[in-house]
Design a protein around this ligand. Sequence first.
Ligand SMILES: [Zn+2]
Length: 306
Amino acid sequence: MSVEVHPIAAPWGRFALYSFFVDAPEPAIVDTGVAASAAGVPEALERLGRRIEDVRWILLTHGHIDHVGGAHALWEATGRRAKVVVSATDAHFLRSRRAHVDEALALRGPFVDAAALEAAKSAEALEAISGEMEPSLVVEDGDVLDLGGVSARVVSLPGHTRGAVAYVVDGHVFVGDAAQGYGAASGFPGYEDPDAYRVSLERIAALEPDHLYLGHPYRRADGTPFPVALDAAGAREALAASLEREAEVRAAVADSVATRSDSPYSPFESAAAELGYTGDPTLEPSPFFTTMHGYATRTRQGATHD
Ligand SMILES: [Zn+2]
């Protein structure tokens, strides 16, 4: 049985957030945007001749605020009938606003004004998350959900977050933020674990998606955005760009010397310079520091193991 997929866009600051309506016998929404984006979903479905009350699944690709923030509001809009699904590893982001603050402090706190970051993330979590909630179902790699005769298979894609997953529905592959090209509006790809990110990109490629859906309009090397809904050729291009940029960042980090300075990129200013990255690394969510923290942690772990 083939299903149709409809992207639903919502703005959030300088970012464009995307949810995807999967028109299965038991309809699903993949990712929810923030609290404010959820408000626009019922109308978007009405334009498709569908009703929010009929949605039976809310599938979350990972725990970031701009993907789970609207989950509670959408669940309410379905009369609490939809099952809210997230990976076991990222479930704490659905359960707790504070988890988002703690994550930011762990990954970026060492490089910025930590007190200011804590205050800003706390305020953001309050506004952008429509409610803390227990997931209906936590999933892991290989789980299969039944959308009324159409299956959704869970594929683990750690790297961007530890618990990121894809949902594979009849050749449609929803990867959230697991493939980022040259980054979205921040101009830099964000991932907690560089090695896992790379393995996950290769895993997506091995799925040979007929259709690949990205969580944001990630960019090519020339700065132009990929569409969020890609065909097979577009998917290959986006995955190749993602692997290419990861390799470039990896090489720049290997060349760099971490030095504390007044640069906003400190202590990674030489890597930023080599990569031609001129974005503001303190603007949240900062993929630059998250990613650099990932490489720095990797180096430390490698040193410990050797
Ligand atoms: Zn994300």
